[in-house]
Ligand binder design. Structure first.
Ligand code: SF4
Ligand code: SF4
Length: 489
């Protein structure tokens, strides 16, 4: 039975937000070890060990009257912000959000440290939207909240596919990430009865035990796409575009095309691989329908998802996909993507997901088909607050990608595509780098993160008086925008 288990950092010296210094005048009395509730200080024999700074709760705790700094009779302790922390992240994925995600992946809990867990510092998009929690308690316990989501609402005779929480893992190909990372994501998807997506790079054998929880992707390069792989799964995703780089297709540089990747993609090791944009077989909704019909013919039980980026007429695309026969419209807004997506593309091409979701949700409702199609959103969703906001804006569920990678201790260094790939072994197919962690370690980190996300989402829904996540869709009254608040003053 899967359960939360502490799964510590891979860093020899884990990175924390704070750094605790013990000066040379320390008398080795051990008082700090007695007062600190977080185990920062400990004695080894008759000597104090080096402070475990990553466990420090923060400046307020350290400097409180009963905190270690003031309790130390020798005044030998000082606490400050860790300069390594200050160098981490960017405005969207701040150092706080990275460390918070690491902590959740390590423990299954939100951090007790002074840390922002909910919002980034971009000053725009979801970072300017806040959740309006009712002042009165609802009387609903988080345990009563049902997070299940049915991915087939068409009533078309295909199976209903119900996932246990409205979150699944986004497409990342074998080639862009290691097989260890893929296998861990798939095992986690099985543990939570949800899905993970292969991306466009074939279907490694390591995923076979998890077929029921894998979405296989069909994209423009058709790498690794075979009838046999389409028949393995319960959901097939057409990737028409990615929000992080619409119009650019995909590019796997030669150094990452190892012999194993080349074999999977039926290519040659060392040759760069390019997935063009767009599908040159699809220039109309009728063409799109032929695609959907092809999958439905090859696998009569599979659901079909259409992943699109967010152009200005995204709502028309969604309606067209419904009439073409898709079960799921997956809107992928800007801001997501790994280091493989150029920064200029991530920030400047697709519509931010917060606009796209609500526009599409309302248009589908006007057209009378909202109840028949599942709307999934992705594109830089980092936290449970982001997930709540996306659903309240009109999505039924969300896809996360980067948050899973961060759970594996991605540093957001954006070198995923350079040379042999990620120095942390996450986004690399180099055998030496990919062996830097085990699939067991990665699975437990992902499991813990999902446990924390599920608990937080249940808590927020219960606080809002909702007993089912499906009741949250379109509840924009539970959100407020900081710009709008300013105008009201
Ligand atoms: S309380 Fe101060 S003097 Fe005593 S062990 Fe801790 S740092 Fe050293
Ligand atoms: S740590 Fe790895 S996965 Fe994360 S951004 Fe750097 S290269 Fe990419």
């Amino acid at each position: 039975m899967n359960q939360i288990q502490t799964m510590p950092s891979r860093f020899r010296n884990p990175i924390g937000k704070f750094t605790v210094h013990r000066a040379e005048n320390c008398a080795q009395c051990g008082k700090c070890a007695a007062v600190c509730p977080h185990g920062v200080h400990a004695k080894g024999g008759d000597k104090m060990l080096r402070p475990r700074s990553h466990l420090c709760a923060g400046l307020a705790c350290a400097r409180a009257a009963d905190g270690c700094v003031l309790q130390c009779p020798a005044r030998a302790l000082s606490v400050e912000i860790n300069p390594v922390f200050q160098a981490l992240g960017d405005y969207r994925w701040t150092g706080d959000l990275i460390l918070s995600t690491w902590h959740q992946a390590a423990t299954g809990q939100l951090p007790y440290m002074e840390m922002e867990n909910d919002c980034g510092a971009s000053g725009g998009g979801l970072d300017r939207i806040r959740i309006l929690l009712p002042e009165k308690t609802s009387g609903i316990s988080p345990d009563q909240v049902d997070l299940r989501l049915n991915l087939n609402r068409r009533g078309d005779g295909r199976p209903e596919v119900v996932i246990d929480l409205p979150i699944y893992g986004g497409g990342m190909s074998f080639g862009s990430i290691s097989q260890n990372t893929m296998a861990a994501r798939a095992r986690n998807a099985e543990a939570w009865n949800t899905f993970t997506c292969t991306g466009e790079g074939g279907y490694p054998e390591a995923l076979y035990p998890y077929d029921r929880h894998v979405i296989t992707q069909v994209a423009t390069g058709l790498f690794g796409v075979r009838e046999e792989t389409i028949q393995r799964v319960r959901m097939v995703e057409f990737k028409y575009a990615q929000g992080a780089k619409p119009g650019l297709g995909g590019h796997l540089l030669g150094d990452k095309v190892t012999a194993a990747v080349a074999r999977m993609r039926e290519s040659v090791a060392g040759n760069a691989l390019f997935s063009p944009f767009p599908f040159h077989s699809v220039y109309s909704i009728e063409d799109h329908k032929k695609h959907v019909d092809w999958i439905k013919h090859v696998n009569p039980r599979a659901l079909v998802s259409a992943k699109v980026s967010t152009p200005a007429d995204v709502e028309m695309v969604a309606v067209g996909s419904y009439y073409a026969g898709a079960h799921v419209i997956h809107l992928d807004g800007s801001y997501g993507g790994t280091g493989a997506a150029p920064e200029i593309a991530k920030k400047n091409i697709a519509m931010p997901i917060d606009y796209a979701i609500n526009k599409t949700h309302r248009f589908l409702a006007q057209e009378g088909i909202r109840e028949k199609i599942v709307l999934i959103a992705s594109g830089g969703l980092r936290t449970v607050h982001d997930i709540f906001k996306a659903i309240a804006l009109g999505a039924d569920g969300v896809v996360i990608g980067t948050a899973e990678i961060v759970a594996l201790e991605c540093l957001r260094c954006k070198n995923c595509e350079s040379g042999r790939g990620c120095s942390r072994g996450i986004a690399s197919t180099d055998p030496e780098l990919a062996a830097l962690f085990t699939a067991d370690w990665a699975f437990q980190r992902l499991y813990n993160l999902y446990a924390s996300f599920a608990a937080q989402l249940r808590g927020l829904l219960a606080a809002c008086g909702l007993t089912r996540v499906t009741e949250l869709t379109g509840r924009t009254d539970l959100l407020t925008h900081l710009d709008y608040q300013r105008e009201q003053k």
